[in-house]
Design a protein around this ligand. Structure first.
Ligand code: WTA
Length: 650
């Protein structure tokens, strides 16, 4: 939690020119307030349906919602064909830029053809509506093509971020029951090819049910080949017909599963469905960013392997006929001005990214963006974690030239789309605050008992009415869905897991997670997941993991481990080994920033590890209240041993 949350006094009114031509005006809140369901129904009318719904919302069996009951549509048709049919086939859907500087441009007509071919290929491989397809890819156009091909034939895609390990991939494939994996030889990151296929090969030794692996050639790295199972994308997809007639599916037909960390070691397969999801991602993308399909160039600078990529690189922008930029690589490759160069090159007008990147740019210095022409920008967005007012102001000034509204959008994998955000032509902006529930969204701040709090108070964020793009369940685990999100305050109140404050004006400030989930560079990682990985190492007897605040990544992972007797003297080497172990086990994003070897861990009398105290140590603070500890000398022991036993940035 940032000290300055709520204390930054400056206001930035909506620029008049933007307000005058904005897609939505202040009346949108009143309309939604007057009739929430009619409001969402109107939003759904922006899509093309082949059959109308009988009922907007069925909430007769909470927390299992059905939206647009009886309605039918095809999600890919809505993202592609209908724009081509309306005469926009030549409009660019994606300006894609590879990290080495190679480029590809895909118009709506071309993208439609590619998706039809890929859909025909999946059908040839026996993929049917409802089957699950795993996608483990770099940021290349085929990733988006594969997702849309699944959507087109009613298959459920399950994208696993390319930075995840073989283990993580295997467990997700098993949990989802995927029958096909789409991958690539590799992708480019930080100036070098980074392999993906070996992780798939490794994962498939540990899971059954995958019949085929479709491999895109990107980096030309050598790959191992399993005859009969592995197929080159270019062999199978390129020869297919570019014609495919999209069948309509029920509004509640599953669209995708996206795994996210929970408070236990097992990730949760968040399930999204079709009609409600597309309605809300399309509407929010259009309203929150004031997207003008004929003139804007839109860029979500995130990986498609996260929900932000699903909703705001793929589905929202395409449903709105946006022209988007997609970039494969990292911001510092081959130089620290790469993003700004892309903004200049493509005349990007809307940029959407995460606070961790903005703080990195701050560290690199404002001279870098100042060296490029960023005058095409008109709206800036932030997502993934609370944006501290300093970073907001820096973003506004140094990237937005002081003229672009910054919309700080709060939402989650589970919510599917924006839930709390200012609107660029409506809201007077407060740096650091997500401010206002989106029209048609009911977000409240409550105390521990669930009582709604008034202005000027701090509590827990809840959502008190269903919304179209809400998750429908956790894949294969309805009970966990109910327990995790809908039991703390009853079956009709969604518990988000975030702390929030309402200021004197009623604006919402997000304060970070209240559960054992860390937020590292905008990625959710569970403390338990990292702990289980550490304990699985033969040298570790016990482990406790905390997220310590970090000036760049938001939180950094700090682990405290007790070694097994035989491993006691292994020292620095072992610490490095453990960091590598976690990185291999879960993925590089889960690699602990620091591991401290300790003799004991602070525990309450009931045996719970007191993470709060460990966080104090990790953040070099005076220790908080230790009175509930079984033995408060433990903390002195830990503190005394520092920094000798601590290791290690890197
Ligand atoms: C955090 C990413 C503050 C929050 C879309 C949430 C934010 C979790 C914001 C979801 C924001 C996301 N301000 N916190 N604007 N956006 N968060 O599922 O803790 O990867 O619960 O979805 O990120 O992360 P997820």
């Amino acid at each position: 939690m940032s000290e300055s949350n709520g204390s930054e006094g400056r206001r930035f009114p909506a620029p008049q020119e933007l307000a005058a031509s904005a897609n939505v005006g202040p009346d949108v809140y009143e309309r939604a307030e007057a009739d929430r369901l009619a409001f969402w129904e109107e939003a759904a009318r922006r899509l093309t349906w082949t059959q109308d719904w009988d009922q907007v919302l069925d909430w007769s069996n909470p927390p299992f919602a059905k939206w647009f009951v009886g309605g039918k549509l095809n999600v890919a048709y809505n993202c592609l064909d209908r724009h081509v049919e309306a005469g926009h086939g030549d409009q660019v859907a994606y300006h894609w830029e590879g990290e080495p500087g190679d480029t590809r441009t895909l118009t709506y007509a071309q993208l439609t053809e590619e998706v039809c071919k890929a859909a025909n290929a999946l059908i040839e491989l026996g993929v049917q509506a409802g089957d699950r397809v795993a996608i483990y890819m770099p940021m290349i156009p085929e990733t988006i093509v594969a997702m849309l091909a699944c959507a087109r034939i009613g298959a459920v895609h399950m994208v696993v971020f390319g930075g995840f390990s073989a283990d993580a991939l295997a467990s997700r494939i098993t949990d989802a029951g995927a029958v096909v994996v789409v991958t690539a030889d590799g992708g480019y990151r930080r100036g070098a090819p980074s392999a993906l296929k070996p992780a798939v090969d490794d994962a498939l030794t540990r899971t059954e049910g995958v019949r085929n692996v479709l491999v895109v050639k990107r980096t030309e790295q050598d790959v191992e080949w399993t005859e009969g199972r592995d197929l080159w994308w270019h062999d199978v997809v390129d020869r297919q017909s570019p014609q495919h007639t999209a069948e309509s599916f029920d509004a509640e037909h599953p669209l995708y599963i996206m795994y996210t960390s929970g408070t236990t070691a097992k990730p949760k397969g968040i399930l999204h469905t079709s009609g409600g999801y597309l309605t809300q991602v399309a509407y929010t993308h259009w309203a929150t960013f004031d997207l003008k399909p004929d003139s804007d160039v839109y860029w979500t600078a995130a990986d498609v392997g996260w929900v932000t990529g699903h909703s705001y690189i793929v589905y929202g922008p395409l449903a709105n006929r946006a022209t988007s930029v997609v970039y494969e690589g990292t911001p510092e490759t081959p130089h620290r001005g790469r993003w700004f160069e892309l903004i200049e090159k493509y005349r990007v007008s809307i940029l959407y990214t995460a606070p961790t990147v903005i703080r990195t740019f701050m560290k690199w210095g404002e001279d870098i963006p100042a060296g490029f022409d960023l005058t095409s920008l008109r709206v800036l967005g932030s997502v993934g974690e609370p944006i501290n007012p300093e970073a907001w102001l820096w973003y506004h000034q140094n990237i937005g030239g002081g003229r672009c509204p910054v919309v700080d959008t709060w939402w989650q994998t589970e919510t599917g789309a924006h839930m709390i955000t200012p609107l660029p032509g409506v809201t007077d902006l407060k740096p650091g605050s997500a401010q206002t529930p989106f029209p048609g969204i009911s977000a409240k701040v409550v105390d521990d008992e669930g009582n709604e709090l008034g202005d000027d108070s701090t509590g827990l964020l809840v959502l008190t009415a269903p919304w179209p793009s809400m998750l429908r369940t956790i894949w294969g685990d309805d009970d966990r869905y109910v327990d995790t999100y809908w039991s703390r305050f009853g079956k009709e109140v969604y518990f988000a897991g975030d702390g929030a404050k309402k200021d004197a004006d009623g604006d919402v400030w997000l304060l970070g997670r209240v559960d054992d989930v860390m937020n590292v560079s905008g990625h959710r990682i569970s403390t338990t997941e990292v702990e289980s990985s550490l304990v699985a190492h033969p040298a570790v007897a016990e482990a406790a993991v905390v997220g310590a605040s970090d000036p760049t990544t938001g939180q950094g992972i700090v682990a405290f481990v007790i070694l097994r007797g035989s491993a006691q003297d292994s020292g620095e080497d072992l610490v490095q080994q453990l960091r590598t172990h976690v990185s291999k086990d879960i993925g590089p994003i889960a690699k602990p920033r620091q591991i401290m070897v300790v003799q004991e861990l602070p525990k309450t009398r009931s045996g719970k590890i007191m993470r709060r105290l460990l966080r104090d140590v990790a953040e070099n603070r005076e220790l908080g209240d230790v009175t509930t500890l079984t033995d408060d000398s433990v903390m002195n022991l830990i503190k005394e041993k520092l920094p000798a036993s601590s290791s290690s940035e890197g």
